[in-house]
Design a protein. Structure first.
Length: 408
């Protein structure tokens, strides 16, 4: 037995290279890129199992051996060390609750989730004020699991909560699962007991999502001129729709457009209004056609607090205001779909270079390395494209085939 146990020494542990190093009797030191971990291997009911004993050097060789000796004894008596340890932890939690009535309350998922959100706000656009990070948790997780302590949030419980939307609202369900994983990681960092495999177990129980994502309905580019011209003489919402069509932008930068962002015929959208991770997006310059400048001038007449498209009472027009206008006209297309209308027109009615077309709608082109060397935003070429798109939507030159290849 002496020869099969205690193969390591303190010096060997310190100098061991990457990989798995046996101390004998099922005790291993896993030296990985993510850190050093003591692991006890054993066989129970004919199946090989592993249990972590803590990280090195927080847990010393002597301490790891002491735990491994105790767990070997449990295995010899026919027990499962993992179950024994879980039972001990559960008893410790129960004792803690008995001594501290607030202990359980602190570990409820409904109390952990807001703290996890607060910890991540600095990484989110506008500190997450739009509510899009927290909304999937609030709507689809907390109603079912909010009253559970985090240690009771199992894969089965998560799967039961998300099953109603797993194949029908795939994107929302995926986000809810991702946000929940962040909440459980936060709870683990607070030293609360959590099931580290709960998210993976839930995915396994739910199965692969089979729902096919639907594209936002768009308007055929040949039909855009009639709709665009129907907006003339309208109010704030109609002007916003016209500028959205002319620029191919998403609705958010349109809604929050400010007069001081526009200098001559270039509109500089600040990074916080550009889609993408916080800290990883840049300001985006948009060349404005003469028609777009006309719309901007019209919008300035009713601007308030520096916003081109103010709301009725305060702030800016709502996120749904432009969509509702199109709904009232019984149109299937939606505002976001005009990006596709513009992009398809550029493909079918012009010979514009791919990079120019993609940059025009705010898409990054090429790898991070290539973008580091190619820093042009093709502003001059995009202005020509914008003028020709404006000519199309105003009905001036709807059927002209343009060539923007290599325009300087």
């Amino acid at each position: 037995m002496a020869g099969s146990l205690y193969k390591l020494s303190a010096a060997k542990v310190r100098s061991a290279g990457s990989g798995k190093h046996s101390d004998g009797g099922g005790l291993y030191l896993y030296r990985l890129n993510t850190g050093d971990q003591w692991v006890f291997r054993f066989t129970y009911s004919g199946k090989r199992k592993e249990m972590g004993l803590g990280g090195y050097p927080g847990v010393t060789l002597a301490q790891a051996r002491e735990m491994a000796d105790a767990y070997r004894g449990i295995v010899k008596r026919g027990g499962n060390p993992i179950e024994v340890r879980n039972a001990e932890k559960a008893e410790a939690v129960a004792n803690q609750i008995a001594n501290d009535p607030m202990a359980r309350e602190k570990r409820l998922l409904k109390n952990i989730a807001p703290l996890a959100f607060e910890a991540r706000k600095a990484q989110l656009k506008d500190d997450g004020k739009a509510g899009r990070w927290y909304s999937p948790i609030k709507t689809h997780i907390l109603p079912t699991l909010g009253e559970k302590p985090v240690e009771d949030v199992t894969g089965t419980a998560i799967a039961d909560a998300l099953r109603p939307i797993w194949h029908t609202k795939t994107d929302v369900a995926r986000k809810a699962l991702t946000r929940l994983k962040a909440c459980l990681s936060y709870a683990s960092a607070k030293k609360y007991e959590v099931d580290r495999h709960a998210i993976e177990d839930a995915r396994e129980l739910l199965g692969k999502q089979v729902h096919k994502a639907k594209n936002i309905p768009s308007m055929n580019w040949r039909d855009v001129p009639a709709f665009y011209q129907s907006l003339d003489g309208g109010g704030t919402v109609q002007l916003a729709l016209q500028l959205l069509i002319l620029t191919g932008l998403r609705s958010r930068p349109i809604r929050f457009a400010k007069t001081n962002q526009i200098d001559n015929n270039v509109w500089t959208i600040p990074a916080e209004m550009v889609k993408g991770p916080r800290g990883k997006t840049d300001d985006f310059r948009v060349p404005l056609s003469n028609e777009a400048l006309r719309i901007v001038d019209k919008a300035r007449e009713a601007a308030r607090d520096g916003y081109l498209f103010p709301g009725v009472r305060k702030g800016v027009i709502s996120d749904a205001s432009m969509s509702r206008h199109m709904e009232r006209l019984e149109l299937e297309a939606r505002p976001h779909g005009f990006r596709a209308s513009f992009r398809t027109w550029a493909d079918e009615a012009t010979s514009t270079d791919y990079e120019i077309k993609e940059t025009a709608i705010g898409h990054k082109v090429g790898s991070a390395v290539s973008r580091a060397y190619q820093r042009s935003d093709y502003i001059d070429q995009r202005l020509l494209l914008a003028e020709r798109w404006a000519a199309h939507v105003t009905g001036k030159k709807a059927d002209v085939i343009f060539n923007l290849r290599g325009v300087k």
